[in-house]
Ligand binder design. Sequence first.
Ligand SMILES: C[S@@+](CC[C@H](N)C(=O)[O-])C[C@H]1O[C@@H](n2cnc3c(N)ncnc32)[C@H](O)[C@@H]1O
Length: 258
Amino acid sequence: MLKVEQAYEEKSVAALYQDAWVAGTYVEKRFAFSWSRLLHQTQVTEINRVIDEHRPEMTVEVAPGPARLTTGIRGIRKGVLIEYSQEMLAQAKRRLEARGLGPLWEVCHGNAFHLEDQRLQCDFLYTFRFIRHFMAEDRTRLYKNFHLSLKPGGLLMFDVVNKEVRQKIDARKNSESNGELDVYDVTYSVEEFSQEMADHGFTVLFLKPVIRQFELQSWISYTFDRRIGKWADCLVRLLEKIPSPNPLEWIALSRKID
Ligand SMILES: C[S@@+](CC[C@H](N)C(=O)[O-])C[C@H]1O[C@@H](n2cnc3c(N)ncnc32)[C@H](O)[C@@H]1O
């Protein structure tokens, strides 16, 4: 459900990240806890697995922010980053250069809603913490742009928020925003997500569950990270090995239907 004042469409979402402080503190603020670091690492692992298996000639990351994921990606043959915020772009360039990855990535200022300007034909396109922030009409515009930018049979990967778990979290949360940016997240059941992808010319190949025991994993992180960080981290990782039908999120890999 959309809250008053929440960012949820092209202009308001873009505006949230055009701020040097938001860009400069993004990774340290949002990925500070054991459970959120595990989420980050699982996303990096899944992107690397696809690159390893499919060996894409050209990989595109849309809305990379400060290159949170990009700095962990290996096996890039030709990589393109498309980001709208100049503040985020500056952070991304700095972080990639610092790790010697600058030459692998072409870093472009661009708008995900107008990818025709970039004339891309890529094999693999991924984008995280981005599509989820938009309502249906804007998501349709984004899917069209991604479809256009992928080669026939090209692969699309992004994060999908589980409706059931998110509803429970929202019901418990008080109205304080906890310093988080106030931005909308669309949530799904597996069936709803598969239907949305089919409606936009993609077939879902798999959904990888991430943060399978959110309630317990987040409690351990918030309670013990500061005191016994290493042990809390181990416990959160161990819990991830227990299967669950209700993870916090999935990482979805879909294929373009031609
Ligand atoms: C929540 S951050 C996600 C960053 C990164 N993908 C991650 O997972 O950490 C959203 C990013 O989308 C970028 N963004 C917002 N609107 C955009 C647009 N229309 N085109 C491209 N990037 C956009 C923002 O500048 C910001 O860097």
